[in-house]
Design a protein around this ligand. Structure first.
Ligand code: GCV
Length: 698
């Protein structure tokens, strides 16, 4: 009997310890360092919150849960204010100058402690500012920082920090690799899944303040009463966390659900329909954020169906939501089969003449690069080119073109590379980041127990939020924060995992798209290599359109002698790219078609460099495996095994990319893969024959 009881206890203990990744970076396990714990405990003996509003209740609960976990003892925070408390959380504290308070704005916060017995202070002008301050403070504890003397002032750089879900009403997720949509439309609004709360906590902890919950390839049904009631339930929950809900608006909704004959934005009946719809929505959700729109792009309806411009379409919606302070986020991801011009140039050509023509509550959302979330793209030429239009960045957190759900790729270096690029539009130093009014990330979240499918996908959600808050944070610092909170603060583990994460994006570029190659993936699901694809209806859907390999060489000439996409950049930004001699290797084949025997900076010929890069990519995945494996003793078994298995898949897939691409390009170069490198395992025909009809996310 005794033995059985013990076994049961052990079993329960092992369940309690199970690390399935659900807790994300908000794990709050007991701090191992006892003296640190004691120090924290004495500084946090009593805590005072300024009230009991929904947002302050969220803050209280989070503090209680976090401190109880981190300190290993039950912490409860009384509902009454305590002016003697050792941690004072105060709205617009009288202990801070009016000037300082003003500088915090609506969402910023201040954390101050002068040491000794003086109380710690978290102050902000709004309750959500206090909540952000609480999460920041908890991060200090989770990452084992000293809280003796603090003077932290944090103000978000961007007003709009957003997740864009591409979630369909049937719960499939476009380009989703982590299961189904977390929005259970069938059981909403009555059944409120705990996941919705934990999702809001995670977002608030990194400063996300807006979420668009439906696919940009939109379904008008979301705008009907029953669905708006479901959306209301989510919006009501998210409000306390400072998160506003946006919906994607299908441009043809007035026809599809409104019974009109047209969706022409200049037609008064259509305008009235949207005004009525906006009034209906705001009556249900008073703080509704607004609409996110994909129009006249990849088959979606839009104003051009009626020979109107993108500005006509956006302004009509903007007028409908303006009385309620709503916004319209209009995507600039457009390219058309009818336009014979380089796809790279089309969004710029379309939107540049519209600068100054949008209503003030319209933001134009631009993808980081001009093609489509490739492993590496030069920054989009629209950044800095629309001085009269608020512009939002759109990054893709879900890894459609970066190994989907199976590759470990930390995206902060990709985000930073773009944000720090110099557009020169207002002189040297006009970085992409400096031209932005908001930042969105296409979500990688789903119903998988660990939210993101690949555990390291969590780091990309985390990094998007942190960079939207402050783009000056380094990719390294963000990785270290995330590792410390998600795994442990052990120095060798933090150092190893940081190195692996920081290198991971470049490693993927090497085994997928080296030297500026792009859009050479398989069709439809985009899983795996497909550089040979040449038979799709639209020219710019074919990988051959992008790599242009022939017997002479490879690459897309986008200089003045080619498509001249370079002319869309400021001349000072374009200069380095315009000449192969000055063009960085990483962008070479993006901008130039070069002969197979072109001499690279390394001294290797272009062909040999391709072979070198592809092989380096594969070898570097082996290195990642070594790094991960050597930290096994410091990792929990469950997460260690998961990532280990996925790294095995990544290694296999890296080889697949290498072999398929080199064999295919070799059919043009007619050159051997140099001897030291592993020769492809299978024939080109074999790689071409592979089919994946049920690859996820399609
Ligand atoms: C939502 C790419 C993706 C599409 C996506 C589109 C977009 O083309 O493959 O799935 O559609 O981008 O951003 O609108």
């Amino acid at each position: 009997m005794k033995v059985n009881l013990l076994a049961l206890l052990l079993l329960l203990f092992s369940f309690a310890q199970a690390e399935d990744g659900y807790r994300l970076w908000l794990r709050y396990d007991q701090l191992k360092n006892a003296s640190l714990r004691t120090g924290y405990e004495s500084r946090l003996a009593t805590i005072s919150l300024p009230g009991n509003s929904p947002t302050l209740q969220v803050a209280r609960k989070e503090l209680e849960m976090a401190l109880s976990g981190l300190l290993g003892k039950m912490v409860r925070i009384p509902e009454t204010r305590n002016p003697q408390a050792s941690l004072q959380i105060e709205k617009s504290s009288a202990r801070v100058s009016a000037q300082e308070l003003t500088s915090l704005g609506e969402e910023g916060f201040l954390i101050r402690s002068t040491g000794g017995k003086s109380p710690l202070l978290i102050t902000a002008n709004s309750e959500v500012g206090l909540l952000y301050g609480v999460f920041h403070f908890l991060r200090l504890l989770q990452t084992e920082q000293s809280i003796e003397k603090l003077n932290i002032k944090e103000v978000p750089r961007l007003a709009l920090r957003m997740l864009n879900h591409w979630d369909n009403l049937d719960r499939t997720v476009e380009r989703g690799y982590a299961g189904f949509s977390i929005w259970n439309w069938h059981t909403l609004p009555t059944y409120m899944d705990q996941r919705y709360i934990d999702y809001a906590r995670a977002n608030a902890s990194i400063g996300i303040n807006a979420v668009s919950i439906t696919n940009v390839n939109a379904n008008a049904t979301i705008l009907t009463q029953p669905y708006l009631q479901k959306v209301k339930a989510l919006a009501d929950l998210f409000r306390a966390y400072g998160i506003k809900v946006y919906l994607t608006a299908r441009f043809s909704a007035p026809v599809e659900i409104g019974g009109l004959k047209t969706a022409d934005p200049l037609e008064p009946a259509v305008q009235q329909w949207w005004k009525d719809k906006a009034r209906e929505i705001y009556a249900i959700i008073p703080d509704f954020g607004g609409f996110l729109v994909k129009a006249n792009s990849e088959g979606q309806p839009g104003p051009q169906d009626y020979k109107r411009t993108h500005a006509d379409g956006a302004n009509m919606l903007a007028d409908a939501v303006a009385p309620f302070k709503g916004k319209v986020i209009w995507r600039a991801f457009v390219y058309s089969a009818e336009v014979p011009d380089d796809r790279h140039k089309q969004a710029y050509s379309e939107f540049l003449p519209l600068d100054g023509k949008f209503r003030s509550n319209v933001l134009v959302q631009v993808k980081n690069g001009a093609i489509d979330f490739m492993p590496r793209e030069p920054f989009h030429p629209l950044f800095g080119a629309l001085p009269k239009t608020p512009v939002m960045m759109e990054f893709q957190i879900t890894q459609e073109y970066l190994g989907q759900g199976t590759h470990l790729v930390y995206l902060a270096p990709l985000f930073k590379e773009c944000l720090e690029s110099d557009t020169y539009q207002k002189g040297k130093g006009t970085t992409v980041a400096s031209t932005l009014n908001g930042m969105a990330g296409v979500s990688n979240i789903g119903t998988d127990i660990n939210w993101t499918g690949h555990l390291f996908g969590q780091a990309n959600w985390y990094a998007l939020g942190r960079l939207a808050w402050n783009h000056e944070l380094s990719a390294e610092d963000i990785a270290k924060e995330w590792i410390r909170m998600s795994f442990s603060t052990d120095p060798s583990l933090v150092s190893d995992l940081t190195q692996m994460m920081l290198a991971s994006r470049e490693i993927l570029v090497n085994y997928m798209n080296p030297i500026g190659l792009h859009h050479i993936m398989a069709t439809g699901h985009h899983y795996g290599p497909g550089p040979w694809v040449a038979d799709l209806n639209r020219p710019e859907w074919n990988p051959t359109y992008y790599h242009r390999a022939d017997s002479i060489g490879i690459g897309f000439n986008r200089t003045a002698t080619g498509s001249d996409a370079l002319s869309q950049y400021h001349p000072d930004a374009a200069k380095k790219w315009s000449d192969p001699a000055t063009c960085p290797d990483i962008d070479l084949l993006w901008f130039h078609h070069l002969p197979w025997n072109f001499t690279m900076r390394s001294g290797r010929t272009l062909w040999n460099e391709l072979c070198y890069r592809y092989n380096l990519g594969v070898d570097s995945v082996s290195w990642m495996q070594t790094v991960w494996n050597r930290q096994q003793s410091k990792l929990d078994a469950q997460r260690f095994e998961q990532v280990k298995m996925l790294l095995n898949i990544q290694h296999q897939e890296a080889k697949w990319w290498r072999d398929a691409c080199l064999l295919y390009f070799q059919s043009f170069s007619r050159l051997p893969i140099p001897a030291p490198y592993e020769q492809p395992a299978k024939s080109l025909d074999y790689y071409k024959s592979l089919q994946f009809p049920y690859a996820p996310g399609h």
